[in-house]
Design a protein around this ligand. Structure first.
Ligand SMILES: [Zn+2]
Length: 166
């Protein structure tokens, strides 16, 4: 297993196996994960930079990825998708999204609809595992010396799993 003895292997030991939390004075890796409220990681303080965005989509967070690498000096990324992600099939929640903005934020309906139609295609991920695999490939090309692992978080058992790349 290529990730053994790396910060990515450690991440799984802390989170899945409740390995005793070590002390760190600098970040060991970057974690990209969804904003979804059902998930949290069991990891030590100072262990990771974390970028949370819908679907663990880092396409619009590139400067922050570069910052974690360039300034934070991490050379590992754990990209963590999860099952039952809200960024899959966004169109099915179009009415809910629009009505919610109108009711809760005080937007007018037309503006809320425009907002949805403009951004939903950018943030739709299609399928959780396929998206994480394609995002992993994209990031490996962009940052060739960084070790990047595609992972999935199951909200049913709160465990992390490697996504098989074969
Ligand atoms: Zn999600």
């Amino acid at each position: 297993m290529v990730y053994r003895q790396t910060p990515i292997g450690l991440l799984l030991e802390y989170h899945n196996l409740y390995r005793l939390l070590d002390t760190f004075d600098k970040a060991q890796l970057l974690v990209g994960m969804c904003m979804d409220n059902r998930k949290h990681l069991h990891i030590p303080d100072n262990f990771a930079f974390i970028i949370r965005s819908g679907g663990a989509n880092l396409r619009y967070s590139e400067f922050k990825v570069s910052y974690a690498i360039g300034v934070g000096q991490v050379s590992h990324i754990a990209l963590i998708g999860h099952n039952n992600c809200g960024m899959v099939n966004l169109i099915s929640r179009k009415e809910e999204f629009i009505d919610g903005l109108v009711m809760t934020a005080g937007w007018d309906k037309e503006r809320a609809e425009e907002h949805f139609m403009h951004f939903a295609p950018m943030f739709e991920i299609g399928n959780e595992t396929d998206f994480i695999l394609s995002e992993t490939k994209r990031l490996r090309l962009r940052y060739p010396k960084i070790l990047i692992a595609p992972l999935i978080y199951l909200v049913d058992d709160n465990q992390l799993y490697f996504i098989n790349e074969d």
